[in-house]
Design a protein around this ligand. Sequence first.
Ligand SMILES: C[S@@+](CC[C@H](N)C(=O)[O-])C[C@H]1O[C@@H](n2cnc3c(N)ncnc32)[C@H](O)[C@@H]1O
Length: 225
Amino acid sequence: MSLKVQQTEDGSSTLFSEEFDEIYHSRHGAWQESKHVFIEAGLKHLLAQKTEIHLLEIGFGTGLNALLTLAEVKDSPAQIHYYGIEPLPVDISLIEAMSFPQLEKTPDLKADLRAIHEAEWDKKVSILPNFHLHKIKQKIAEWTTDSLFDLVYFDAFAPSKHPEMWEEEALKYITSLMNKGGVLVTYCAKGYVKRNLKSAGLGVEALPGPPKKREMTRGTKLVGL
Ligand SMILES: C[S@@+](CC[C@H](N)C(=O)[O-])C[C@H]1O[C@@H](n2cnc3c(N)ncnc32)[C@H](O)[C@@H]1O
């Protein structure tokens, strides 16, 4: 797998995958996209309702969403059980080559990012007393579990580059892993993706997107299904 570090417009780095011919985050700002889509529209939305959250990230990648989730709950009463699915783990040397100016004033978070990447795969590891990480080296379609999730960060490559991830069958499988009332957030706002999410049993909202993107999507698993 060939990956290259790339700068984005908010100063934070992301990766470019030659295999998928696709960038891991918005070129307009990796950090701000992750904060807007996953933290603000997903995590904070759910934290307003409950403090213990079983969270599933599909496409763990650079661990940026995990780090921003940890940063959000650090020193709070929230308990996060974070499952990150990733068939193609990123080598730590590449993570070290990335830069996040947003972390310069928070050396403890830099150390947390390292701990997130050093955590063993396929094992539950407590990075903080209230942030428990389980990185799973597998494709989502091949992973089975007895757990049900309150929050899903759906962060696959774009539908044009990795279409099978966004098909109705794939989204139905993900929805089957969610609790009733559970929430899924994604940066994608394509019409057919929203329709597939609806067919999968989610109530779908179009929300304002991160800077330079009109919309993002949030789905909530309808109670009674
Ligand atoms: C848009 S990037 C994810 C960005 C990541 N959340 C981050 O913050 O760096 C998409 C990710 O999906 C992963 N991926 C590829 N095939 C997958 C599959 N079948 N199941 C789950 N993840 C997959 C890729 O390796 C890549 O890391």
